[in-house]
Design a protein. Structure first.
Length: 317
């Protein structure tokens, strides 16, 4: 049974991530500009872009069907569900048994599937290329994330993200070599999924990156961009909840103390997220872009680290 308190914690998580997602992306853009000795846009520029697009007319291709029209809403809803399910502010999943890592992975896959198909459905050449690119990245990165999460699930004895997070936070899962290797592999996979250099540039208006978004306009384009910003923050939140859950709420006995602890956990999460975004900004600005068809040559490193993590788990190291 899901308690009313935890239900509101999950709702709070989803609303906070929905509200701050453009802010974190704006922070990333500002950091990139400063490192290039440019003034760059305001940290709130993404909010202005979303409001501007919401007011514009929406034009839909004649070839587009229901998948194209539903994709923006499916993307937003999928990210909101993940944000509500994963243990961000508490070490427990707000929705208890629903917070399963398999469900989270499938929600990610659902969003990516509709995003890719929406690029193909319009008949646009750039949309088709962008959709194919999304599926390629999915085939390279999702096995890494799945393998690492299953290693953590084996160590915790449960696929529930709340159980994994609680055991890591309370020290019940020792920092084995398998955990460190898994953390590195998951961090690499999250880096790629966030659309960062050398694989991508999420803010760039390029044919392949913006391919599936080519035919979106107005409100739909605003929702798609908002969904992409949310996906980046949710990936950071998932990484933090599994490997760095320290500072999250572990005791939920007294409601008054719970909400004070939740507010403190929100501040700690913001600090960890901004630090991770800063590290990502430094790393991506130290790299040159590579052709996405050569991405597999680099992602083998992450897959190798994930496999080694599983091997070390079997060896109890």
């Amino acid at each position: 049974m899901i308690s009313a308190t935890m239900f509101f914690v999950g709702l709070l998580q989803a609303l906070v991530i929905l509200a701050v997602a453009p802010l974190f992306s704006g922070f990333s853009r500002v950091m990139r500009a400063k490192m290039h000795n440019r003034r760059g846009p305001s940290i709130f520029q993404n909010y202005r872009d979303i409001v501007k697009l919401m007011k514009r007319q929406e034009v839909v291709s004649e070839q587009a069907g229901w998948v194209f029209r539903a994709t923006p809403y499916i993307t937003i809803v999928s990210m909101l569900l993940i944000a509500a399910i994963i243990p961000v502010f508490t070490s427990r999943s707000p929705f208890e048994w629903v917070g399963d890592l398999i469900l989270v992975v499938y929600l990610y896959a659902l969003s990516r599937f509709f995003f890719s198909v929406s690029g193909l459905e319009t008949g646009s050449t750039f949309g088709g290329m962008g959709g194919r690119r999304e599926l390629l990245i999915s085939a390279l990165i999702e096995p890494v994330m799945l393998l690492v999460l299953f290693v953590m699930a084996l160590l915790a004895g449960s696929t529930n993200l709340g159980v994994i997070s609680t055991k890591v936070a309370t020290g019940q899962i020792p920092l084995y070599t398998s955990v460190w290797l898994g953390m590195l592999a998951f961090a690499f996979a999250s880096f790629v999924e966030m659309g960062k250099l050398p694989f991508d540039l999420a803010e760039a208006e390029q044919e392949l990156q913006e391919g599936p978004l080519t035919e979106f306009s107005g409100k739909s384009l605003a929702l798609m961009k908002w969904g992409i910003y949310m996906k980046q923050v949710v990936l950071v939140a998932l990484f933090v909840s599994v490997f760095l859950p320290f500072g999250s709420v572990t005791a939920t006995s007294l409601v008054s103390q719970l909400w004070i602890s939740v507010l403190l956990a929100v501040v700690i999460f913001f600090a960890k997220a901004f630090l991770l975004y800063f590290i990502v900004a430094v790393l991506e600005n130290a790299m040159a872009r590579v052709r996405f068809l050569k991405a597999s040559a680099v992602t083998w490193t992450a897959l190798g680290a994930a496999i080694l993590s599983f091997v070390f788990y079997l060896a109890n190291v």
